[in-house]
Write a protein that binds this ligand. Sequence first.
Ligand code: DC
Length: 227
Amino acid sequence: MTRKINIAIDGYSSCGKGTLAKALAKELDYIFIDSGSMYRAVTLFFIENKIDFESDVQVQKALQEISLNFVYEAERDRYEIYLNGLNVESEVRDLRVAQKVSHVAKISAVRRKLVEMQQEIGREKGVVMDGRDIGTVVFPNAELKIFMVASDDVRAERRYLEMLNAGKDVSFEEVKQNLKERDLIDSQRSDSPLMMTEDYRILDNTDLTPQEQFHLALNWAKFATEN
Ligand code: DC
């Protein structure tokens, strides 16, 4: 495989997009970018600075004060998100952020800023990015677009276990409710809603192991690279 491509992975919350994206990027020696962490970092800033999401003036001013970076952390072999120079990779996964992030992701000014950064990261190709609008808005010409789906219960259980393992104090019901709310807002917002177009390949991983989905997606990536 010589030609570098961009791979867009979109889908509902907790479908395993990140796990697949990470594995593909490692295998192909590409950069993996979790675009959701960017929306989460902006949300964290808004919460901590008590920004009123409804106020255009406050949002615009806050956006000018936000600087986001991805820094490679050798210890964990991945890029982690930094907000104004601080590593917030773990903090952005808190439930308090998850409960607000879909509201922040509806704001067009926020989306414009983040999409611009994401497109810059993908300019040289060789990027696997997961999110909600990567194949429709960020990289509409991505050589491979994957839309991931999984049953509600499987998704809620995965996210719940992930949060428990990270030492977060949450209940299964809280997590499931939050996923439902986010799915609804993410797919119904007016600016860049989550939607599947016909150029996506669908990957339903309800009954697939991470290994099985990885092999399926890797074959698609090989095909896209060679054609
Ligand atoms: O992938 P995630 O659950 O970490 O994403 C957090 C939120 O950010 C999600 O509810 C919707 C939003 N998001 C978005 O609107 N567009 C993206 N490209 C990525 C995430």
